[in-house]
Ligand binder design. Structure first.
Ligand SMILES: Nc1ncnc2c1ncn2[C@@H]1O[C@H](COP(=O)(O)OP(=O)(O)OP(=O)(O)O)[C@@H](O)[C@H]1O
Ligand SMILES: [Mg+2]
Length: 266
């Protein structure tokens, strides 16, 4: 409905946004730089950020940037299934038929990683998302599973991503074997005010807007209410467009932002 009212060709702020259309915010670029470093050095990296900061979105960009004939990506959001399902999934991801016992499964995964790296010259890349939900035992397992000390170089890339309390948990003593092996860390920051303005402008232009729909005070109010977190900006801005169209406002002002924010519980 608002698309017609604001003469937009596409719906802005959709979840299925293409990576090529990413807004290149500072955090987005710095996180990608960190991941690119990990790509050359191999080993374990940590990506931390508040909800809706852009972690998964950026990991998708990283995945897309890898040459599939040189890198084999296994992406796992931890929210799906139990721990054993996860180990089985890793074995499957490496093209193996999972063994039954955990100890055999671990050996199988390690051998699968080495075979892929040394035999086929393909680097396995494991992206484990939502890791703040991981049980302690699982985090401790990871240190064992990804321990290739006999090798001079790491035969894999492992990216752990999650909310900020993952970092706090990893700092505890019993996770030192894993934490000591982390060679790249990045924590997402919220978009600064200017970046929020540019982020909204970027999305509106992609949707085909040919004139500014949001007034400057409206953009200021959005920056303030969302504190610069991309997903919150997406939701609030969409809500503003809905309210604006309903009230037949050609331009969205701070009053519309207030209504939309209160409606969305911000
Ligand atoms: N650089 C970007 N360019 C364009 N859109 C972005 C960018 N970063 C994030 N977004 C938008 O913000 C939304 C939320 O980002 P994302 O899902 O990556 O957050 P997250 O950090 O993984 O959050 P959670 O911890 O809740 O999983 C994405 O669906 C995407 O639409
Ligand atoms: Mg995510």
């Amino acid at each position: 409905m608002y698309k017609t009212f604001y003469s937009l060709a596409k719906t802005p702020f959709t979840k299925d946004m293409k990576q090529a259309e990413a807004y290149r915010s500072t955090s987005y670029q710095e996180a990608l730089n960190g991941l690119n470093y990990l790509q050359t050095s191999k080993g374990i990296g940590l990506i931390i950020g508040d909800p809706g900061a852009g972690k998964t979105f950026t990991l998708r960009s990283f995945k897309d940037s890898l040459n599939p004939s040189l890198y084999h990506v296994v992406y796992f959001p931890l929210s799906t299934g139990g721990v054993m399902d996860f180990y089985r999934g890793l074995a499957y991801g490496l093209g193996e038929e999972p063994k039954f016992r955990k100890v055999d499964l671990f050996r199988q995964i390690q051998q699968g990683i080495e075979r892929m790296d040394q035999g086929r010259k393909v680097t396995p890349v494991f992206i484990l998302d939502e890791m703040h939900m991981a049980k302690d035992a699982f985090l401790q397992d990871l240190a064992i599973l990804f321990n290739f000390q006999m090798d001079s170089s790491n035969p894999f890339i492992l990216v752990l991503a999650g909310l900020p309390h993952l970092k706090t948990r990893l700092n505890l003593n019993h996770h030192r074997p894993l934490t000591q092996r982390i060679i790249m860390r990045y924590q997402f920051q919220p978009l600064k005010k200017d970046d929020v303005f540019a982020y909204i402008d970027h999305h509106m232009k992609l949707a085909g807007a040919n004139m500014p729909i949001f007034t400057e005070p409206a953009l200021e109010a959005i920056a303030l209410r969302t504190q610069g977190w991309p997903r919150v900006i997406d939701t609030l801005t969409t809500n503003c467009l809905l309210f604006g169209a309903q009230l037949k406002k050609e331009q969205i002002d701070e009053e519309i932002v207030r209504m939309a924010a209160e409606d969305g519980g911000l």
